[in-house]
Design a protein around this ligand. Structure first.
Ligand SMILES: O=C(O)CCC(=O)C(=O)O
Ligand SMILES: [Fe+2]
Length: 184
């Protein structure tokens, strides 16, 4: 995250000099932030072409650390095509989540991904989603907003996310789309 913040041209503030703009200490807030772990088991499916292990979605949070076993299944959308992420033993897949897209005001894009199943092998994965504490608001960094770069996303928090996914089946990048502000 420090490298990402640097790449955005945002200089992290000194903790003692915290001002009203809470973004000053994003790294610290993330260290004390939320972690959600999801363990997934995809049993073999006799008719894999008729279903998906997980529908297309992008993840809650800034970054997801994903550990997959040796069985293929994860696909990301790249240039309108689904591309399989080849499992690499003992390596994490790092995915950009919705909160990083919001915080960076669209400079980073959260990755749309899905999971396909197969007829032969079961597959397991563990995803670890990292963000600010659950009671914090995620918003575009004020340091990235000016007249030339208007704010593109509404403020969001965990409650609005839960309210949204409870109200409808999560499909595609729906939640993020719901945070997008129409052009000013
Ligand atoms: O099983 C996978 O490889 C991906 C799981 C996933 O996308 C998730 O848990 O959010
Ligand atoms: Fe995911």
């Amino acid at each position: 995250m420090e490298a990402i913040i640097e790449s955005l041209g945002i200089i992290e503030g000194n903790q003692e000099k915290e001002t009203e703009g809470k973004d000053e200490n994003l790294v610290k807030e993330l260290k004390d932030g939320s972690q959600m772990m999801v363990a997934n088991l995809y049993p073999p499916c006799p008719e894999p072409d008729l279903t998906l292990g997980m529908p297309p979605h992008s993840d809650y949070g800034f970054l997801t650390l994903l550990l997959q076993d040796e069985v293929e299944g994860l696909q990301i959308q790249f240039q309108q095509k689904w591309v399989t992420v080849q499992p690499i033993s003992m390596a994490f897949v790092i995915n950009v989540g919705d909160h990083l897209e919001i915080y960076s005001n669209g400079k980073y894009k959260s990755v749309l991904h899905r999971v396909v199943v197969n007829a032969v092998k079961s597959r397991t994965s563990v995803a670890s989603l990292h963000s600010l504490p659950f009671n914090h608001t995620v918003r575009p960094s004020p340091k990235l907003i000016d007249e030339a770069n208007p704010k593109l996303y509404a403020d969001t928090d965990f409650n609005s996310f839960i309210a949204y996914i409870s109200s409808k089946e999560p499909k595609r990048k729906d939640f993020l789309d719901s945070r997008k502000l129409t052009s000013p």
